[in-house]
Ligand binder design. Structure first.
Ligand code: FES
Length: 182
């Protein structure tokens, strides 16, 4: 049983522990920065991505994507893990060809699931405005209206297990990848 906490008059009490358990929030830690010119250290909060197992290397076959959610379980977090068969930026594994990307188009959120082009290791065209992304080059735009790369999920290999550990780029519709509005 948790103890009562001081709280505002209008909202029911919720402890920090309960909030973190309920939201599945990423770890947040406080670090102290020493900045030249300032007489005392400045506290800064750093949000950390979760480390989540998303698959195994032995279960992957070239050009056959697998899907998972990261960094949370909301619909906008749907991501694709794929072994491209050619080395790629951020790729892991013996051939450095295993990569993962969020599947929402960064232009206006068009759904890119099922749009993998194995001949070019590309994702697209987006059904909304035809953007296509190069999965060998960190999701760089090849064509279409998008101006941002596809958000890439950072991967780590531990034995045969593949873990998602972070992201490059912002998921469409979010101001912070670790804060979901869904
Ligand atoms: S939403 Fe994908 S190109 Fe516009």
């Amino acid at each position: 049983m948790e103890r009562d906490h001081a709280c505002g008059r209008l909202n029911p009490c919720i402890s920090r522990r309960t909030l973190l358990k309920g939201s599945g929030a990423a770890l947040v830690s406080t670090i102290f920065l020493s900045i030249p010119g300032l007489k005392q250290a400045v506290a800064a909060q750093v949000a950390r991505y979760p480390r989540k197992k998303i698959g195994t290397l032995s279960s992957l076959q070239v050009n056959q994507p697998q899907f998972f959610n990261y960094p949370d379980d909301t619909p906008s977090a749907v991501s694709m893990l794929v072994k491209l068969g050619v080395p790629a930026g951020g790729g892991i594994g013996p051939e450095q060809d295993v990569v993962a990307f969020n599947t929402l188009c960064p232009h206006m959120g068009g759904p890119l699931m099922g749009m993998y082009q194995k001949e070019d290791q590309a994702l697209g065209p987006c059904p909304f405005h035809q953007s296509t992304f190069d999965l060998t080059k960190h999701g760089m735009v090849i064509s279409g209206h998008a101006t941002e790369s596809l958000p890439q999920v950072l991967l780590e290999l531990d034995g045969d297990d593949i873990y998602a550990v972070g992201m490059i780029g912002l998921i469409f519709g979010r101001y912070d990848n670790l804060v979901s509005q869904a």
